[in-house]
Design a protein around this ligand. Structure first.
Ligand code: ADP
Ligand code: MG
Length: 387
């Protein structure tokens, strides 16, 4: 148990017992990529992999943090926390009490020891898992009650987004924190990024002899930040040219007719991905409600092609993982997350997960890519207190 590891690290670092241990999950998005900043829809699940935070409340404003995956102890007073400070991984921790204060809550300092079991930087949202585990502890220890209801949890998610955007200075839309705080076991979380509405959608693959395979490509690509900004700008420009507030407002019927009004082919491709991807999220939800997993698989495949060809955010490793999984019997597969590396997912018959894993590993070896990490995941629980 990684809760034990976090508590042990707390004791050995701070020579005291933590008040408790809290954890929050990583996430994987089933479908709906780059739709969040277009006021669209996405559909993440919480992963079984979690980040654990052993936390003790302090009476002063000091924040002290240590992580099994970090470097040494970082100390900072809340007055000194702000944009880009502290630098590095501790920003994801110290940013949380800072953002809670900014949102008007009365919180003081914390001692925190972290053990994260969400792979770092694999597109599975270790950053939100870290923030949300700390936020859960801060809420309980300062009696904020922000884990009580879905709307409390949504407010806590917004605090974590603020911590990540401002203190860690990472642009992030909010899907990750919502999944970590609002997803439920056995369900996918339909997120409407226009009105922040959430809907729980059944997602229990084992009852249907299916499994979800995550394929972490371990591929690292440069220039990702610039690419993200470029995609965002293209979407905003396309919306402006079409006279709508966001691409969410573009109806999918007669899409080609509307896209003809755009000034360049590039904008047409970018906008077509967003509009069709939002529609695919709707169709995936419908298919899941009817246990129509063939259709879900087909939608995954269409989504991947759209990201590869229209939005141009895939890379050879992601395409290879998707193609190998499909050839090994997956019903569908797609890259997930922001692109340019990270992970892909495949919907696989439960008795084919090993064959699919071997096929992906063999395809990577044949192309000279470093070995991928493939593992089966189930839709798991959101942030909670472990002890
Ligand atoms: P992702 O969220 O997809 O894993 P990010 O780049 O958003 O990728 O976040 C990864 C960063 O979050 C790491 O580089 C590190 O700074 C921080 N982080 C996440 N988990 C931990 C952890 N357990 N200990 C220390 N830092 C962590
Ligand atoms: Mg992240």
């Amino acid at each position: 148990m990684s809760a034990d590891a976090a508590a042990d690290l707390f004791r050995s670092t701070f020579d005291a017992r933590p008040d408790g241990v809290w954890s929050a999950p990583g996430r994987v998005n089933l479908i709906g990529e780059h739709t969040d900043y277009n006021s669209g829809l996405c559909l993440p699940i919480a992963l079984p992999q979690r980040t654990f935070a052993a936390v003790r409340r302090r009476d002063d404003d000091l924040v002290r943090v240590v992580s099994a995956q970090g470097d040494g102890v970082v100390e900072v007073t809340l007055e000194d926390v702000g944009a880009g400070h502290p630098a590095g991984w501790a920003a994801y921790v110290a940013g949380v009490p800072w953002a809670l204060r900014r949102a008007g809550h009365t919180v003081g300092g914390l001692d925190v020891a972290v053990d994260g079991r969400v792979p770092l930087g694999a597109g599975l949202s270790s950053s939100a898992a870290l923030e949300c585990a700390v936020a859960a502890g801060a809420s309980d220890l300062h009696d904020l009650g922000l884990l009580d209801t879905a709307s409390d949890r949504a407010a806590l998610a917004a605090v974590c987004v603020e911590a990540e955007n401002t203190v860690a200075q990472a642009p992030t839309g909010g899907m990750d924190q919502s999944a970590a705080l609002l997803a439920e076991a056995g369900r996918a979380l339909l997120l409407d990024c226009r009105d922040h509405g959430t809907t729980q959608v059944p997602f229990d693959l084992s009852a249907h002899d299916l499994a979800l395979l995550v394929m972490d490509t371990r591929a690292e690509h440069a220039l990702v930040d610039g690419q993200y900004a470029e995609r965002r700008e293209s979407c905003e420009q396309a919306a402006r040219e079409l006279g709508v507030t966001s691409l969410r407002e573009v109806a999918v019927d007669d899409l080609d007719g509307q896209l003809a009004a755009l000034s360049t082919d590039l904008l047409r491709h970018r906008a077509r991905h967003i509009v069709t991807e939002i529609e695919r999220v709707r169709q995936t939800v419908q298919a899941l409600r009817h246990n129509d997993f063939r259709t879900v698989g087909d939608l995954f495949v269409e989504s991947h092609a759209s990201m590869r060809d229209d939005f141009e955010i895939s890379v050879a490793e992601l395409d290879t993982a998707v193609e190998a999984a499909l050839a090994a019997g997956a019903l569908g597969a797609r890259m997930t997350g922001g692109g340019f590396g990270g992970s892909a997912i495949a919907l696989v018959p439960a008795n084919r997960t090993e064959a699919a894993t071997e096929a992906v590993e063999a395809a990577f070896a044949a192309r000279g890519f470093s070995a991928p990490d493939c593992f089966v995941v189930t839709a798991s629980a959101s942030a909670h207190r472990d002890r």
